[in-house]
Design a protein around this ligand. Structure first.
Ligand code: COI
Length: 332
């Protein structure tokens, strides 16, 4: 049995080697290159493909995999929004993801960034670096006095709720699917509008779908409390960046922590050598603001999560090849 793993980063390679040692019946090939039209031929002869990338898995790549007789594609991440579902189905390609490599990693990072915003640490760091050790005017807010609105209560949303509650914040949540435990706690509101109207902080934890593209737009911001904080560790496309910039300029939004950004592909996880050379003026506009924390999609990036992404995706792919089954199959 042969599995080829694409896009293997240096931090993933030791985990892949370890997995390979523990699975001597599997021939494991790997490349640092991403899966696209130029590299897909390397999969010829493999039984399954393991990947992680933010660029699209296009129809032509999936057709090629299909023509090589490859039926199993296992992603090392959660999001499947970049897979051409029609082409995958046409080729009978089954796709698995890793739905829970570490929801806590993302939740912890989200709350870390919120605390930095509330306690004005970026401002104090800058002031200190310039020899200004005064307190005023950068007085902080306390999370335990605030209402956090969690949008989507999947694994990550629920992990975030636990942490917010640990800080003593009041949590309300919106989701079409109600988690029974949270339902008992009575934290659900009926509509996104109700969440916007009541929350001091909006914490987004939804996957990207056609329906929620730019859900935070001019209209949504207008429905929120003045001075709201926006946290987006989920998918860049959920937030209309132009609308967010307007809301920051007007003071409607007091601060934002963006670990995702709608135009992040090709920009995040790259070294441009200097701030000026980052090829996206809108992103630089956000990055320059002390009340906006942009991070390059690193909420997931912990040792535990990276290990689990490699192990769970390899396990899923092997299981599909051996049995045609996996508990990580996704409905496209
Ligand atoms: C996902 O798992 O879908 C993520 O967003 C994290 C990714 C950058 C590896």
């Amino acid at each position: 049995m042969k599995i080829i793993a694409y896009g293997i980063r240096a931090d993933e390679k030791p985990f892949l080697d370890k997995w390979s040692e523990g699975n001597p019946t599997v021939e494991v090939a790997s490349t640092a290159e991403l899966l696209d039209e130029n590299t897909v031929d390397q999969a010829k002869g493999a039984d399954g493909v393991v990947t992680y990338q933010q660029k699209p898995y296009t129809a032509s790549v999936l057709d090629k995999l299909g023509s090589f007789g490859i039926k199993y594609l296992s992603l090392r991440n959660v999001g499947v929004d970049n897979v051409d579902a029609t082409a995958a189905k046409r080729n009978g390609i089954q796709v698995t993801n890793v739905p829970a490599y570490s929801p806590q990693a993302i939740a912890e990072f989200t709350v870390t960034q919120l605390m930095r915003l509330l306690r004005r640490t970026p401002t104090f760091d800058n002031k200190m670096a310039n020899g200004d050790l005064r307190w005023a005017p950068d007085i902080a807010e306390e999370l335990n006095q605030m209402t956090v609105g969690v949008y989507a209560t999947g694994r990550i949303g629920r992990a975030a709720i636990q942490i917010y509650q640990g800080f003593g914040a009041k949590v309300i949540a919106y989701d079409i699917h109600h988690n029974p435990q949270l339902e008992k706690e009575g934290i659900y509101v009926e509509t996104p509008d109700e969440l916007y109207a009541k929350a001091d902080v909006i914490s987004l934890h939804a996957p990207a779908t056609k329906e929620n593209e730019h859900m935070l737009n001019d209209e949504a911001f207008a429905k929120m409390k003045d001075g709201v904080y926006i946290l987006n560790p989920a998918r860049g496309i959920l937030v209309d960046t132009d609308a967010l910039i307007k809301a920051l300029d007007s003071g409607k939004v007091a601060g934002a922590a963006l670990d995702t950004y709608e135009d992040e592909v090709g920009v995040f996880n790259n070294n441009f050598g200097s701030f000026d050379k980052i090829p996206d003026d809108r992103l630089k506009n956000l990055m320059k603001r002390e009340n906006v924390l942009v991070s390059p999609h690193i909420a997931f990036y912990t040792k535990r999560a990276v290990r689990n992404m490699v192990y769970y995706a390899m396990d899923a792919n092997k299981s599909l090849i051996e049995t045609g089954q996996s508990d990580k199959l996704v409905e496209l």
